[in-house]
Write a protein that binds this ligand. Sequence first.
Ligand code: AMP
Length: 290
Amino acid sequence: MKVIKEISAIQDISDYYRCIGKKLALVPTMGFLHAGHTSLMLRAKDENEIVVVSIFVNPAQFGAGEDFTKYPRDFLRDYHICEKSGVDYIFNPEGDEMYKKNNYTSVIVSNITEKLEGKFRPGHFTGVATVVTKLLNAVKPVNLYLGQKDAQQNAVLKKMIQDLNYDTKLIVCETMREDNGLAMSSRNTFLSPEDKARTSVLYFILNEGKRMILEEKINDANTIKKHIAKILKEHTPDFELQYYEVTDNTELDPIINLSEFEGEVLISLAAKAGGTRLIDNIVFQKYRNE
Ligand code: AMP
């Protein structure tokens, strides 16, 4: 496994593999790797000859007052995890390699970025779209592996890839969870053991929403939201629920009448537990109620 720091070097490596007909995949990460990341790497290795993992904590996707400087970093630990997962190259550019002096260009995806997370993290998805554009142009992968954990990010990048005519295929892998259902995340390291145990409520309320839709045939998302609020008030009144939305999984628009809806339903949430902001979601197929 090799560590590459320069954009021109990873471009040359990518060109070489394309030239000899070997499929190259990219798994973009911000490091401090966990089993969610390794599941992406293993799937990528299974489906491609060459796997590049990028490790870059992207300053452009953090807002003022967010945790850019505090974000956990441990390159040596990440190196060993990548090596064990069969990764071929780690692309680990410095900040001034990715964002050269007098960088005037950003990639703005409209509409879909203003919903859900966008209401709480203005500018976040411009940072994401810009860095992923840079990564796609640096690594030039055939396949791009992302986790279901970041559902809106996937929807935004899917649109961006279509709109900008990238010939990279996006593959979304399922969310890896702790034993109590908490979605794995580098930020979980900020949770106290007590709060971490109590986060089981988040996966529970996602599944509770799904159950109400599919089994109780509830038509109105507000009924579900009221029930969820009651559960949270009883079990974790100190957790701050920022949103809990029932939307379609493409445009991320609220589903007004669930009984009429047919397609993929996304239930997504953001909550703060002891100061740590967590996001999670589930997605499932629904057919029109007979
Ligand atoms: P991050 O390092 O948090 O930016 O995540 C890098 C990639 O790993 C993104 O595509 C995430 O969706 C994915 N990822 C993060 N957490 C998980 C998880 N628990 N299960 C599966 N994929 C994940």
